[in-house]
Design a protein around this ligand. Structure first.
Ligand code: FUL
Length: 477
């Protein structure tokens, strides 16, 4: 039996997925022995003695994230080389045997504390693939070891908003075969951190399908349940020839949620996408890449396509050998933050008037989309798949961005829409879009108008809208 459109429209996020989605933009920190050996994937044989940052300051990392407009940070507590940034009781391969803070340091604690102090959420990356740990490949023993390490991280550092499980494994055909006990890992996370999402090799957040910052023009959060198949993700990652730039496929298809896909699916789930990419070509710091840091314009474009394309944006910032975010990277992040503060603060729709083709009831009138409140929203009557909302700005205004948000707590519904402006008694289209989801940032050449209209031409069952915001980004960067 195929799934009906009404059923697809009803699929909604969990509370932890909702809270994660609101985080929108957060940092990724890749830092380990690789930073000092100039590699992307460590061998596991590095001596902890190489881990010797000279001026490490976690609050500088957090500050760089904050000025960029980020709301959280995920730290690689252990990458594929197995070196632990905290003094794990279950291995010698950690900061405890390094020169860092004379072996008394705990970098996970320093970062978690700096995040908390600055009001940023804190998340952990713990690589399942471990090239150092001798029990890796002896499945039960390694699973027990992994659960112990996970427990240390989940219980020792306060609230965690995300646990990021990488599917990468470069063992190849003749390498060690480790069968991960994902259920045991998930159980311990749910028990200790029920608010945390489990990302990539996990049920809550979907890898977008590439590491280059590519986005889909149409990104659905309601997708076939088969996309959560970890074994497939691992199998695909085994095929990577170049470990430094491993690419996984499978989740990379363009269409993951259209009506055609739904018609074929046996089960649908709320499994929203996260885009992860690095500010530099590599995930770890390499001096040779100092000249290849993404420009402010590139970062702005990425931000608007990701956060404004119904995904979240996880941007990697690799600290250098001093243990600092390099000056160039910090300057680019500041530039991005300045752009965002300049462009998305003065909403021209606030104080305007709004009218809809129809509303479900008195609690869901059109005015809710311009009141700046996140918990109020407009809802069309059930069964009305087409609808419009008109916005009267009060005076002629020039703008080049419109931000639309659905009330995703009710599901993702909008399939096609047009933005039009009124000129005389005519409505002239200036932007055509497909899905909205959590947030859609419409970008277009400056338009001058006093009245504009959002025409929803197709939706699932009935559309909702939480925000209709109008901005002048002033030609961008
Ligand atoms: C990949 C890893 O192999 C990279 O080193 C990096 O951690 C990236 C985020 O995920 O699968």
């Amino acid at each position: 039996m195929s799934i009906s459109i009404q059923e697809a429209a009803r699929i909604a996020p969990s509370n932890r997925q909702l809270a994660w989605q609101e985080t929108e933009f957060y940092g990724f920190i890749h830092f380990t022995v690789n930073t000092f050996t100039d590699r992307e994937w460590g061998t596991g044989e590095e001596s902890p003695a190489v881990f010797a940052p000279t001026a490490l300051d976690a609050s500088q990392w957090v500050e760089a994230c904050k000025v960029a407009g980020m709301r959280g940070l995920i730290l690689t507590c252990k990458h594929h080389d197995g070196f632990c940034l905290w003094p794990s009781q279950y291995t010698e391969h950690s900061v405890s045997n390094s020169p860092f803070r004379e072996g008394k340091g705990d970098l996970v604690r320093e970062v978690a504390d700096a995040c908390r102090e600055a009001g940023l959420k804190f998340g952990i990356y713990l690589s399942p693939w471990d090239r150092h740990e001798p029990s890796y490949g002896d499945s039960d023993a390694y699973n027990a070891f992994f659960v112990h390490q996970l427990t240390e991280l989940l219980t020792g550092y306060g609230e965690v908003f995300a646990v990021w499980f990488d599917g990468a494994c470069g063992e190849g055909r003749n390498g060690k075969k480790q069968v991960y006990d994902w259920d045991a890992y998930y159980e311990v996370i749910r028990r200790h951190q029920p608010g945390a999402v489990i990302s990539v090799c996990g049920p809550d957040v979907r890898w977008c399908g590439n590491e280059a910052g590519r986005t889909r023009p149409v990104e659905w959060s309601v997708v076939p349940a088969t996309l959560r198949d970890n074994e497939k993700i691992q199998e695909e990652s085994q095929q990577a020839d170049d470990p430094a730039f491993a690419r996984r496929i499978g989740t990379s298809e363009d269409d993951l949620g259209s009506r055609a896909v739904i018609a074929e699916a046996e089960e649908l789930v709320w499994y929203p996408a996260e885009v992860n990419t690095s500010i530099r070509p590599g995930w770890f710091y390499h001096e040779a890449e100092d000249g290849a840091v993404k420009s402010v314009a590139e970062l702005v474009d990425l931000y608007e396509r990701t956060v404004g394309g119904n995904t979240t944006f996880l941007l990697n910032l690799p600290p250098d050998r001093r243990g600092l975010i390099h000056e160039t990277d910090a300057a680019r992040l500041r530039g991005l933050g300045e752009y965002l503060r300049r462009s998305y603060v003065h909403d021209l729709a606030r104080g305007g008037r709004c009218e809809a083709s129809a509303s479900a009831d008195a609690r869901h009138e059109a005015a809710a989309v311009i009141d700046g409140q996140r918990d109020t929203y407009w809802r069309a009557p059930a069964g009305e798949e087409q609808a419009w909302i008109e916005l009267e700005l009060g005076a002629d205004q020039t703008f080049d961005r419109v931000v639309l948000m659905e009330q995703i707590a009710e599901g993702q519904r909008i399939e096609r829409f047009v933005l039009e402006r009124q000129e005389g008694d005519q409505w002239l289209p200036f932007y055509v879009g497909r899905v909205v989801g959590y947030k859609h940032i419409c970008r277009f050449e400056p338009v001058r108008a006093q009245r504009l209209r959002l025409s929803i031409e197709a939706s699932r069952w009935y559309p909702t809208l939480r925000a209709f915001e109008v901005y002048a980004a002033n030609g961008g960067v």
